[in-house]
Design a protein around this ligand. Structure first.
Ligand code: MSP
Length: 671
């Protein structure tokens, strides 16, 4: 897992509340972190990149209640939406680096952290202890998970404006007030502890004004990690959530929690990245919790602004959200990443607009980078039979300009100024466009006398393109990898050292690949309509045609009528021939049958919504089609492990089971 010899770099996203599905705002944090992780890897670091889901608390309890399911079911369902989205966005998180706060390893870590603190408290007089019990009464916003006031009088949350709830009970408190001086000292010693500066100033002022102790347990909530030796209390959100940054890399093993080699290598974190509204928890609470437990502090807290949609923070509860999946399906993964990093100046708020997204796609990606790549490579194919030519007449001014832009782009990456990095890189695109327009290779190709000039121009364009691809890879990984291959490089662009990039790395004589458009131009209106249709589908899945399944009552959104899936998408669905061994009605559920199906390797229990159309006797011995790799789901307290496929007929969606007229064995795969 670790790469000895390389310096380590540990980076985290916040863990996302698992009470709803991710939107473009949540994706922004993870995309930014993925860019940093990719960039650092290209600088030679061994990067651990952690994300996950925050699965405890009142919010989750309430959201589950509304849906009539258990909190465990809700978080199980929703965490998958996050995992799937990161995969869709090309952000591959190793399973152990996706942390769920309901995992046992995390329970162990939180309890270990508090035990360490309690042990250090032992023997200290009460007023010196980091953790103590006391009565709490105050107002708390359950939506933003923040104390709004420490008095019982009604108060509204300053962030979301909703009325805050009254909390009154005995809690465990953390003596945050005692850490004021140590925190201020730390801020002085580590001048870049919080990025950007103006946020650091806000943090300092907050701490200078004096800190109040905070409650870190609750008795009124059941859905949480039990306090060791006092399980009537569960940990309250932030102590639990923040500790996940250590759990994910192995904290919690051994008596002091520190025996895991990965933890020893990667802790402390190099960067905790997040949106601006949760800096305080990371730059004030978290360091204090760690000091109290005798653990090293993270090196830097990096905060971005909000993505605004119609002038307000994009958020599902306000209903002003855009979802990433439709954008990726219509414009591709790179388009969303490029737009978010180019349009919003990191650290500040930015506006999200579908219109601007598609405009940028066409202007910067299709007409800019995409067009440059295909023009250049097509000329090499046409004039040099697909082989990168020599450069007998180097254009020093151009080279120097490219190198200067390259250095600025790297400096901007180092300073989290991704928008600036992209501007620098796009300046290189303009330089090459200018070179091509002014030298007119198509005219030079007319005569033998200009051969040296022609080959020099095309070498220079190809080499510039190589540098452009490497520099922008962290932000637009898919297209740049394709360009890299089209330039004749077999390996992964991700393995190139961005900090060692130099002019002249492209070898004349390299055979280029087949030039193919990396960003096909797209009709704005049509793209916008397709995205809109898919978003509607996500917002209102019930409007979709009922699934033709007789299984889990799945409500997965069907792709919009005009969108196509690739064969690799279809291959993800494992459909097998099953033979029904037994079937029975389920008490209290007039639509469901419990069906035991032999799928060759095992007999599966599947709950099928067909009881109104098929009797158990109809089914026994029958051959059916089973989706065998569906995540298990509980209905009426029973687990369903798969889905039986049926056509959905007529306006009432009558299920008609798919079957075979020829002899097929149980377990045969449908392809
Ligand atoms: N669970 C806590 C974090 C605990 S970390 C130990 C939490 N979760 S969250 O789901 O509300 O937010 C997760 C991240 O998504 C935060 O960085 C937040 O800023 C980000 N965003 C959510 N909506 C956003 C926008 N509209 N714009 C930009 N980022 C936003 O807080």
């Amino acid at each position: 897992m670790t790469a000895p010899g390389k310096p380590k770099f540990y980076l985290t996203t916040p863990i996302y509340y698992a009470n709803s599905r991710p939107h473009v705002g949540s994706a922004y944090t993870t995309i930014v972190c993925d860019v940093i992780a990719r960039y650092k890897r290209m600088c030679g670091y061994d990067v651990a990149f952690v994300t996950g889901t925050d699965e405890h608390g009142v919010n989750i309890e309430r959201a589950a209640e509304k849906l009539g399911i258990s909190p465990a079911e809700l978080v199980d369902r929703n965490q998958k939406l996050f995992r799937d989205l990161w995969e869709l966005l090309g952000i591959h998180i190793p399973p152990q680096h996706f942390i769920r706060t309901t995992e046992l390893r995390h329970v162990r870590a939180v309890q270990t952290l508090v035990r360490r603190t309690l042990e250090r408290d032992r023997g200290r007089e009460h007023s010196k202890r980091a953790i103590y019990k006391a009565k709490y009464e105050g107002r708390y916003c359950i939506y933003d998970n923040a104390y709004v006031s420490d008095t019982p009088e009604p108060a509204d949350c300053p962030t979301c404006g909703r009325p805050a709830e009254l909390v009154s009970e005995e809690n465990y408190f953390f003596r945050l007030s005692a850490y004021q001086n140590q925190l201020l000292e730390h801020y002085k010693n580590v001048p870049d502890f919080v990025y950007p500066d103006f946020r650091f100033n806000e943090v300092k002022s907050f701490v200078e004004a004096g800190l109040r102790d905070i409650s870190i347990s609750r008795k009124s909530i059941k859905w949480g990690i039990p306090w060791p030796e006092d399980p009537q209390h569960v940990f309250y959100v932030w102590y639990d959530a923040l500790t996940s940054y250590m759990t994910a890399i192995g904290f919690g093993e051994g008596h002091d929690g520190e025996t895991n080699p990965e933890f020893k290598r990667f802790w402390p974190a190099d960067i905790h990245a997040m949106g601006k509204e949760i800096i305080r928890f990371h730059a004030v609470y978290w360091p204090a919790f760690l000091i109290a437990a005798g653990l090293p502090l993270p090196k830097q807290i990096v905060a971005h602004g909000w993505l605004l949609f119609e002038q307000e923070k994009m958020s599902k509860s306000k209903g002003n959200v855009a979802y990433p999946e439709p954008i990726v399906k219509v414009l591709g993964n790179d388009a969303l990443r490029y737009y978010l990093l180019r349009e919003t100046v990191f650290g500040h708020d930015g506006n999200f607009s579908r219109d601007a997204l598609i405009t940028r796609y066409n202007a910067d990606l299709a007409n800019g980078l995409g067009n440059l790549a295909s023009r250049t490579l097509t000329m090499v194919a046409n004039y040099f039979q697909g082989v990168v030519p020599d450069c007998p007449l180097p254009d020093e001014a151009h080279e120097q300009n490219v190198v200067r832009r390259m250095e600025s782009a790297i400096r901007a990456y180092e300073g989290f100024d991704f928008s600036q990095s992209l501007q620098e890189i796009w300046q290189v695109i303009s330089l090459v466009d200018f070179l091509i327009v002014s030298k007119k290779p198509w005219a030079l190709a007319q005569g033998e006398a200009e051969r040296d000039q022609l080959s020099s121009v095309l070498y220079t364009a190809c080499e510039s393109l190589r540098i452009i691809a490497a520099l922008s890879h962290a932000i637009i990984p898919d297209a740049t990898q394709k360009i890299w291959e089209q330039l004749g490089h077999p390996g992964k662009l991700a393995d190139v050292r961005i900090d060692q990039l130099q002019w002249g790395g492209l070898k004349p004589g390299t055979r280029i690949g087949k030039p193919e458009a990396v960003f096909p131009r797209i009709d704005k209106e049509e793209a916008s309509e397709r995205i809109e249709a898919m978003e509607q589908e996500i917002r209102n899945p019930s409007a979709a045609a009922p699934p033709a399944s007789a299984g889990q009552g799945a409500t997965a959104a069907a792709p919009a009528a005009d969108s196509k899936i690739g064969i690799e998408d279809f291959a993800k669905v494992e459909m097998r021939v099953g033979i029904v061994k037994s079937a029975e009605r389920i008490q209290g559920a007039d639509k469901l049958l419990k069906v035991m199906v032999d799928i060759g390797t095992e007999v599966r229990q599947v709950l099928a919504g067909i009881a109104q159309y098929y009797t158990p006797e109809d089914l026994v011995g029958r051959k059916v089609v089973v989706v065998a790799n569906l995540a298990p789901r509980k209905m009426r307290g029973l687990e369903s492990n798969g889905m039986i496929v049926a056509a959905s007929v007529g306006p009432e969606g009558k299920p008609v089971l798919a079957t075979f007229t020829e002899d097929v064995p149980a377990g045969a795969r449908l392809k």
